[in-house]
Design a protein around this ligand. Sequence first.
Ligand code: NAD
Ligand code: SER
Length: 318
Amino acid sequence: MKKILVTGALGQIGTELVAALRARYGRRQVVASDIRMPSREEIADGPFEHLDCTRQLQLQEVVTRHRVDAIFHLAALLSAVAEEKPQVAWEVNLGSLYRVLELARQQECAVFTPSSIGAFGPTTPKVRTPQDTIQRPTTMYGVTKVAGELLCDYYFHRFGVDARGLRFPGLISHAAPPGGGTTDYAVEIFYEAIRHRRYTCFLRPDTRLDMMYMPDAIRAAIELMEADAARLEHRNAFNVTAMSITPEELAAAIAEEIPGFTVSYRVDPVRQAIADSWPDSIDDGAARREWGWRPEYDLKRLTRDMIAHLRPKLEAAG
Ligand code: NAD
Ligand code: SER
């Protein structure tokens, strides 16, 4: 990877991925892009392009002008937003991926695309969900993720496009807010714990889902893209996880650091139904075997690090 384009770069993952890629490959080598306009500080960090990934000509112009040879394609609508706007989600999530893969075929680029635990559905084995298993999701988000996994496989087998990807669990981070997913509670809870010592959670206390701290997720994406292709049996849509937790377990971990913190529950039926259709825990054995994946943050370490970063940030913001 000599010249990298990141789409959806102003989102929860892109904000930290762009910084990590620039630290590793050089500031000028990583072009950030988004349909939104960045702040002054974000622009000052390195090259930025205003880019709608559903527009083939815009994509083509940016990739050609910057001589891009690897695309981290993050532009998408997350699960809850996708359920509100399924038609837009189809076009953004799948339409843009198709355009990115077509461009990668023509310009010989490598592609990274995140899939999700949302690619599974209610008929998938719920505990230690295998790498290769039933995938019949009941959300538009999941439909676009499964179709996207298949499209990446197709472009590799049919055209030799080096398309790799991970099935991310819910991601917890302090740098940028989440974009409207079902796992957003696991970020919101930290903000509210620090500000008010209480939080009203939109999922039931016993809703078990896989989660991961953002530094692990960023490292996973870069390690997969740098992995020896000869070792990759799956190449794409690897299960990865760091922990499988419920809101009440996360709340208990936070209460150890912030005494007096309490949580109440007001369940949002739409997001609860989405969460209930996803696995409790996924098996990431294939990622461990094929490219050496290992998470570094467990629940305790994540909780301490989140609070250590968020507290001064929120205090400074008043
Ligand atoms: P996000 O919502 O925080 O960011 C997405 C970005 O895409 C936003 O900045 C948005 O402005 C941009 N965007 C939307 N439509 C666009 C378009 N047409 N053209 C260009 N940019 C557009 O999302 P995220 O959390 O950073 O997720 C990135 C990817 O990772 C998505 O594919 C998502 O499904 C996947 N993922 C995320 C999580 C998570 O917990 N955050 C978990 C699993 C998978
Ligand atoms: N965090 C994401 C969501 O809830 C999972 O893909 O949409």
